[in-house]
Design a binder for this molecule. Structure first.
Ligand code: ADP
Length: 161
């Protein structure tokens, strides 16, 4: 049984993430979307909220599990008996960081492979941080994120970020 892990902050999940999730789910028996509990990042959504947004946005994907983790990704991947780590690539700027991380993870645990899925060009400019920035200044993000995310981002904005 092939288990894949797609890790990230998902603060919040965007249509770019959803595209990678849908495509990855076809490559493995079980796909685990792993939310990093990162205390350094200035998070807009709590981990619980991010889980909810992911669950609502990915209801139709049957072989999906949503988990959160802290600490080293490779330790979490081992714990989950994962075979693959899946990452998305938007541009050359992603590549350098991703390459380093993949090589480090390979050193830490050689049995787990990292694979990269190249973004669909229509999502190549999308990031969670750009969504947060647009929303902060009252811009419409509904074309870039699932409807529930757009709704909840707007609510946060109204409440004053
Ligand atoms: P972000 O960089 O948007 O804050 P994450 O840290 O949640 O996103 O990223 C998780 C993974 O998803 C990373 O591998 C990242 O490169 C990938 N990813 C993020 N946005 C996109 C996108 N628009 N298209 C493809 N992959 C993406």
């Amino acid at each position: 049984m092939k288990v894949g892990i797609y890790p990230g902050s998902f603060d919040p999940v965007t249509n770019g993430h959803i595209d990678i999730i849908k495509r990855s789910a076809k490559l493995v028996d079980t796909l685990i979307v792993a939310i990093l509990q990162n205390t350094n990042k200035n998070a807009l959504f709590s981990v619980e909220e991010r889980i909810h947004l992911l669950e609502e946005s990915c209801k139709d994907i049957k072989n999906l599990k949503i988990e959160c983790f802290s600490g080293l990704l490779i330790d979490f991947a081992k714990q989950q008996n994962a075979n693959l780590i899946i990452r998305g690539l938007r541009a050359l700027t992603d590549f350098e960081y991703e390459l380093q991380m993949a090589q480090m993870n390979k050193h830490l645990h050689s049995e787990i492979e990292t694979i990269f899925l190249v973004t669909d060009v229509k999502y190549s400019f999308l990031s969670s941080s750009s969504i947060k920035e647009v929303a902060l200044f009252g811009g419409d993000v509904s074309n870039f994120v699932p409807p529930i995310v757009s709704e909840k981002t707007l609510e946060k904005h109204k409440g004053g970020i």
